[in-house]
Write a protein of this length. Structure first.
Length: 300
């Protein structure tokens, strides 16, 4: 029994001696190692708040997710980018100011922050240019296009593709059964719509001409791009002119989806207004013809 007890004590002494020897070797390696010591960060521990179980680092982390969540709820691209920038910035603080900084996500977040900053700068530049439109364009935007769901930036993109020009009486904006390559918006003047030299309708200010051909072209149906009637200037007119190819390229750009939706809604509304006017004109003409026929029968 005494021999067994002595054996156990000796084993424990040997184990303790081995542990001490290993610890001394590790200390000697660390002090003589040629590797550089680990970089000491500015804040070794998160800044704590007096009488609070949390710290500023954790607050930055929660705030980051709140801002990113808010960015998912907005449809306005500039606001979304700004919220994303705020969320990324707070996320960087949360990931860096901790006992062991997470440098991989910190570096990637700096890249994402730079990308969002560049995009916000471009959006602000475009918004600034939209606010500096000519008084005539601003008046047109407020009177017509803003009611159709356009923002000032979307209207600026659309009007930047157009050319303003003046046309003289007798100028053909469209020719029946001819391929149409341009669409017009009437700023001032009167356009006569003719079929077989007969005036079937008139188009006044703030209306489109050639929109049916453009809508066919927009949906890649080239066989129906021909004009269905003549559109002739009845007086001196001022118009905006769009080239079909340039306008389609702009509207089919994914970044201009809002412009495309608002523009096609405006065209649909304008077509409905014209069809209603034509229907009223036909109804009125039929009534006149009926009265003339009744008068002729009475005289007989």
């Amino acid at each position: 029994m005494k021999r067994a007890f002595t054996t156990i004590i000796n084993f424990r002494r040997q184990a303790t001696s081995a542990i001490r020897s290993s610890s001394q070797q590790q200390t000697r390696w660390l002090t003589t190692s040629p590797h550089k010591p680990q970089k000491q960060h500015f804040m070794k521990r998160p800044i704590s708040i007096a009488n609070s179980p949390t710290n500023l680092s954790n607050i930055c982390g929660h705030s980051s997710f709140l801002l990113l969540g808010a960015s998912y709820l907005t449809t306005e691209i500039l606001t979304l980018r700004e919220l994303a920038m705020g969320g990324i910035s707070l996320s960087i603080l949360f990931q860096y100011y901790r006992p062991l900084p997470l440098m991989i996500p910190v570096r990637w977040n700096f890249l994402f922050l730079f990308i969002n900053s560049a995009m916000v700068a471009l959006l602000l530049k475009e918004k600034h240019e939209a606010e500096r439109m000519s008084p005539e364009e601003q008046l047109l935007y407020k009177a017509q296009f803003s009611k159709m769901g356009f923002t000032d930036v979307e209207f600026y993109r659309l009007i930047s593709c157009a050319k303003k020009k003046s046309v003289e009486p007798g100028f053909h904006l469209c020719r029946r059964n001819h391929t149409q390559h341009r669409m017009y918006f009437i700023l001032d003047g009167n356009i006569q719509i003719k079929t077989n030299s007969h005036i079937i309708a008139e188009v006044d200010n703030h209306s489109f001409v050639g929109e049916m051909s453009f809508l066919s072209y927009l949906h890649s149906d080239d066989s129906q791009k021909n004009a269905t009637a003549d559109a002739v200037a009845g007086e001196n007119c001022v118009v905006y002119e769009w080239n079909f190819d340039e306008l389609k390229t702009m509207l089919t750009d994914p970044s201009n989806r809002g412009v495309s939706n608002a523009f096609q809604a405006f065209l649909s509304c304008d077509l409905r207004k014209k069809l209603f006017a034509v229907d009223q004109s036909v109804t009125r003409q039929n009534s006149i013809n009926k009265v003339i026929q009744n008068n002729s029968k009475s005289k007989v």
